[in-house]
Design a protein around this ligand. Structure first.
Ligand SMILES: C[S@@+](CC[C@H](N)C(=O)[O-])C[C@H]1O[C@@H](n2cnc3c(N)ncnc32)[C@H](O)[C@@H]1O
Length: 310
């Protein structure tokens, strides 16, 4: 506890994050063009580094890969579908994330949000799909889904689980990365990277790859955690050390992006952020809901503005 309190004291003052739920963000961007990411004052967690995954001659090697992060996910891959396991927070968050996706993308693609399969005929990719807890519902909503992950074990687990249902068995899972797919000139109507960007080596390059995978006029959806004091207190200190929802060391505070930083790097990658929402946890009901408070967990939806020459 004393160590944790010391870490909390090292934190700089909280970011000022305004309420930007369902608001056009373009005017905000002009005031944040000089935002840079500052790591030097971030708290450090003295967690032992997990062993790197064994080198695989076929393994992807692009710039977004952070081997330390991938080793953490590989070590708990078999727990993806255990709703009481290390991925419990994602399972709890899932229906709220999907509500945001359904509402924004139905508007984007002119689909009926009340339809059981509103995304019929659209090609989606779930980058960093893990065990497929987002890919599967997207497929049930009618989309033709590709799920990719940089951890081979995740893809194996996702494949086995998806094969349990004829609808999800059509998902195409691949052990690869966004960068590799860009090289292969693949593109999609909508690109998702949910809770992934905080685990990649180079968020700006990663966003460029997401953009290159998105067709012009298509949609990109990213969710992550804000680099705020509140996020340190709740998403790391409480979730990892007090409630032990997540293994200690799951998140590095310094790897989080503020909503303004995310909007800026997306804009530089030709993705114009249209809407953002926060996720709010109610400890009494144990449920998440969409909120205009983006100070901890948040999700952004943007549109690909011009053809990228990345
Ligand atoms: C916190 S999990 C999120 C999983 C899933 N998107 C979800 O929200 O349920 C992060 C996932 O991203 C994957 N990952 C991390 N870096 C990656 C990269 N550069 N390219 C592809 N996948 C990556 C990890 O292996 C892990 O499965």
């Amino acid at each position: 506890m004393a160590v944790a309190l010391k870490l909390l004291k090292q934190l700089r003052p909280p970011q000022t994050t305004s309420t930007i739920l369902h608001r056009n963000l373009s005017p905000r961007l002009s005031s944040i063009r000089s935002v840079t990411r500052v790591f030097s004052d971030a708290p450090l967690l003295n967690e032992p580094l997990p062993a790197s995954p064994p080198l695989n001659p076929h393994s992807p090697s692009p710039s977004s890969l952070n081997q330390y992060e991938l080793a953490k996910f590989a070590s708990i891959a078999e727990t993806w579908w255990d709703s009481e396991g290390p991925f419990k927070p994602l399972h709890l968050l899932n229906s709220t994330r999907l509500a945001f996706i359904r509402s924004t993308l139905c508007r984007h693609f002119g689909r009926d949000p009340l339809s059981p399969r509103p995304f019929e005929g659209l090609k989606f990719i779930d980058v960093g799909c893990g065990g497929g807890i987002v890919s599967e519902p997207l497929a049930r909503m009618g989309a033709t889904v590709t799920g990719v992950d940089a951890v081979e074990k995740n893809i194996m687990i996702a494949r086995v689980h998806a094969d349990l249902d004829p609808v999800t068995s059509r998902i195409e899972y691949q052990y690869t990365t966004a960068e590799k797919l860009v090289e292969e000139q693949k593109n999609f109507d909508a690109v998702f990277a949910l809770e992934v960007i905080e685990h990649v080596a180079d968020p700006a390059e990663f966003c460029k790859s997401l953009s290159a995978l998105t067709v012009t006029g298509g949609a990109t959806v990213i969710s992550t955690i804000n680099r705020s004091m509140r996020a340190y207190a709740t998403a790391i200190f409480a979730a990892e050390y007090i409630l032990q929802w997540l293994p200690k060391g799951t998140h590095q505070w310094s790897s989080f992006l503020t909503p303004e930083e995310l909007a800026l790097i997306l804009e530089r990658a030709s993705i114009s952020v249209q809407e953002m929402a926060g996720f709010e946890y109610n400890p009494l009901s144990g449920r998440w809901s969409l909120s205009d408070d983006v100070s901890v967990n948040f999700i952004a939806y943007g549109t690909k503005t011009i053809t990228s020459n990345l």
